[in-house]
Design a protein around this ligand. Structure first.
Ligand SMILES: [Zn+2]
Length: 428
């Protein structure tokens, strides 16, 4: 079997149309993306064309659609285009949008799937990020939602929905998610809404673009205006939405997911749980000590990073420090009661952060990172010999060689330390 590779699309492709909630028209253009950049939206209509990474930390809304924001720049209803990209295993793409809401097209996923098919795919030279579920991950939601994810090869979704309406009722099904089956089984399933909710939604500025052209509308007596594309089109659409929301993990997913009454809010909670699971179970090095030493000037006993397990350029990094009794600091801190000095935990966190920054500059071998300030530092639990600290850092801002990072350290899933740090890059 050939090793999986990251993928992008071959060339630009544009679609236009109205947003289902805003009722406003916009053009969306999907463009090829560089290796490790993930999926990023770009608001062309705003000053400076701000980027909005399609990741969980940018989710700001889950009511009747999933919204992302970066500062003041927002994009709404991202789930259908995200589902199409995920089904097609597109890891990297720039999505230009000249408005705030992604066009709804016919309310299904198929125009996005067809657009991707039309331009075709390009294999890239780097392995994709894959989240493999290794034990059972479960989450529950407030409205009877529950999810469980277990080990699986590829991605399979088993879902059930339950609506008190004669045209829906309870529907269940199992779907394996690859481009072919997504295309035939799920892509044409449209979003749906209830006629009785229309007025209230309009009053709240929602569903202003909804019509029989883009929504299966359910009236008192059944489906209004036309036929369903599948008897269980509702279920199929909800599964497609789940795929789109899980795509915000920024990784391919290997799991069997059982979802009871999935909703956008519940989907995002599941994605966050899978993110935490991946952070706690992924120990495979993508950057080893030898490579780390090319980037960091630190050496024994001050090199406090063992390996890097996740890396997204300009965005986030995950690194590991195995804390053993042989660490020199345990000789004096404290004899008979070894605990890792808190400042060294922060130092290790900063070194992982330094690796994220070094990839951002040219001629990194001539540079070093100086930390300028620490903020909101908290130590929550002592770290002792035998612990493995997983550090996760996110780049919050990078301007004129000065950057701001947020870092967290976890031992077995429990937060042990956190800090915000400012750093600058200077010549060696
Ligand atoms: Zn949807």
């Amino acid at each position: 079997m050939t090793e999986p590779r990251q993928r992008t699309i071959r060339k630009d492709v544009s679609l236009a149309g109205m947003g289902i909630h805003s009722g406003e028209s916009a053009t969306i253009t999907l463009r090829p993306g560089d290796v490790n950049t993930g999926i990023r939206f770009r608001r062309l209509d705003l000053d400076g064309c701000p980027e909005i990474p399609a990741t969980l930390s940018h989710v700001v809304g889950t009511e009747l659609g999933t919204s992302l924001a970066n500062g003041d720049a927002q994009v709404n209803t991202v789930e259908h285009v995200m589902a199409a990209l995920a089904a097609a295993q597109v890891d990297n793409a720039i999505i230009d949008l000249d408005g705030q809401e992604v066009p709804i097209r016919d309310g299904s996923f198929q125009d996005y799937v067809h657009a991707l098919r039309d331009v075709g795919f390009k294999s890239q030279e780097v392995k994709p990020r894959v989240v493999c579920v290794k034990t059972r991950v479960t989450t529950t939601g407030g409205d009877g939602q529950s999810y469980s994810a277990t080990t699986n090869r590829g991605l399979t979704v088993v879902a059930s929905i339950d609506f008190e309406h004669s045209a829906i009722g309870r529907q269940s099904g199992e779907f394996s998610i690859d481009l072919e089956s997504f295309e035939t089984e799920l892509a044409s399933a449209r979003t749906f809404g209830f006629k009785k909710d229309e007025e209230e939604l309009h009053d709240r500025g929602l569903a202003l673009g909804a019509s029989l052209d883009n929504t299966v509308v359910l009236g008192q007596d059944g489906v209004m205006g036309g036929k369903l594309r599948f008897p269980n089109e509702f279920l199929r659409h909800k599964v497609g939405d789940l795929i789109g929301d899980l795509a915000l993990l920024g990784a391919r997913i290997e799991a069997r997911i059982v979802a009871e009454r999935p909703s956008h809010a519940g989907n995002i909670e599941l994605a966050k749980a899978l993110q935490a699971h991946a952070r706690d179970t992924n120990r495979e090095a993508i950057v080893d000590t030898a490579k780390i030493m090319q980037y960091l000037p630190h050496r024994y006993p001050m090199l406090l990073v063992d390996r890097i397990t996740e890396y997204e350029a300009g965005k986030r990094i995950v690194g590991i420090k195995n804390v053993t009794i042989n660490e020199p600091f345990f000789q004096g801190h404290y004899p008979g009661h070894p605990i890792m000095p808190g400042v060294l935990i922060i130092e290790a966190m900063a070194q992982v952060g330094g690796l994220l920054l070094m990839e951002e500059v040219e001629k990194h071998e001539d540079k070093v990172v100086y930390f300028m300030s620490l903020d909101r530092v908290k130590w929550r639990k002592p770290v002792t010999p035998g612990d493995t600290i997983v550090f996760e850092l996110e780049l919050l801002q990078f301007r004129r060689q000065v950057c701001k990072l947020k870092g967290q350290g976890f031992v077995e899933g429990t937060l042990v330390a956190e800090a915000e740090m400012m750093a600058t890059i200077v010549d060696r």
